[in-house]
Design a protein around this ligand. Structure first.
Ligand code: ADP
Ligand code: MG
Length: 280
């Protein structure tokens, strides 16, 4: 059963305290994710700005975005094409640097770090899941999963973790297969195991179900939901799919590089909040 079809059921925690007025708001209230001060921050960004120059043209891809994702929280980022979703995910994932603003991973500010330090932090504390899976074709599933651990020099621990992840994700029987021998859903499970192999503080996913059919997509979403509920994962997922977004705890809406509002998916009016955002 897909959780997306029943967004208000289940034993989900409310991740943000004091967010009663959490329907879509145009004034940016709650945009910093100010919430339960006892919860630890996994990723916290303040006033991120990023511009791209295309000849004469300057594009404000991000125009002052603040977001705080707590450990154990599942946040979806929605917005139309070009609203800055991927740019935000790249900045939160330390794959690119902002023109201004700050990103802290588990409370550690990254602004002053060297490229090597950023790379080290990214490899050890962040996991990435992509729409197109990005698996290496001539490596087996197991080798793909273990690659980030080898790069980070954590091979010994990873061998044990591989077994656990393969079991949790239901790919034990597929570890020797090459990506082309796997279905789309299996590939994304392998991608997810790879993202999790180094026990990251947060998994950053850019349209992870975008290349999957609805059924396979909801299976991957259910795995993410289960991982957050039962296994302590933290997930930030970019999606344009309202059903996918409703699997998260909280949806942040981006428009023109700014946060246009946010809603908790436990809210009774989550559907109308999404429709209001998409339609406006
Ligand atoms: P989304 O993921 O929401 O579709 P992006 O973050 O990819 O949006 O892009 C936000 C804006 O920045 C868009 O207008 C896009 O064209 C522009 N942009 C993104 N990356 C680049 C780049 N490398 N060079 C120039 N413009 C870019
Ligand atoms: Mg994008």
């Amino acid at each position: 059963m897909s959780r997306a079809s029943e967004p208000n059921t289940g034993g989900r925690r409310a991740p943000v305290a004091g967010a009663g007025a959490s329907s879509v708001v145009g004034d940016g209230a709650g945009a910093t994710g100010v919430g339960d001060s006892r919860a630890t921050s996994a990723v916290r960004a303040v006033d991120l700005r990023k511009r791209y120059r295309l000849g004469e043209l300057t594009i404000n891809a991000l125009d002052g975005v603040s977001i705080d994702v707590k450990k154990g929280e599942f946040v979806a980022v929605m917005g139309p094409s070009g609203s800055g979703k991927s740019t935000l995910l790249y900045l939160l994932g330390l794959l690119d640097t902002p023109d201004s603003g700050t990103v802290a991973i588990e409370g550690r500010e990254t602004g002053g770090l060297t490229d090597d330090e950023l790379t080290g932090l990214r490899r050890s504390r962040l996991g990435f899941l992509f729409q197109t899976f990005e698996l290496i074709p001539n490596l087996s599933a197991a080798e793909n999963i273990l690659l980030p651990a080898e790069i980070a020099g954590r091979r010994a621990e990873a061998a044990v973790r591989l077994e656990v992840l393969a079991q949790q994700l239901g790919i034990q029987q597929r570890l020797g297969h090459r990506p082309r021998q796997l279905s789309g859903g299996q590939r994304q499970r392998v991608g997810l195991a790879r993202a999790l192999i180094n026990e990251p503080a947060v998994v950053l996913a850019d349209e992870p179900t975008g290349n999957l059919d609805t059924k396979t997509g909801s299976e991957v979403l259910a795995l993410l939901r289960h991982g957050v509920d039962a296994l302590g994962w933290t997930v930030i997922m970019v999606t344009h799919d309202p059903l996918a977004a409703q699997v998260a705890d909280r949806i942040v809406f981006l428009r023109d590089g700014s946060i246009a509002g946010e809603t908790l998916t436990a809210d009774a009016d989550v559907r109308s909040s999404i429709e209001a955002f998409l339609g406006s």
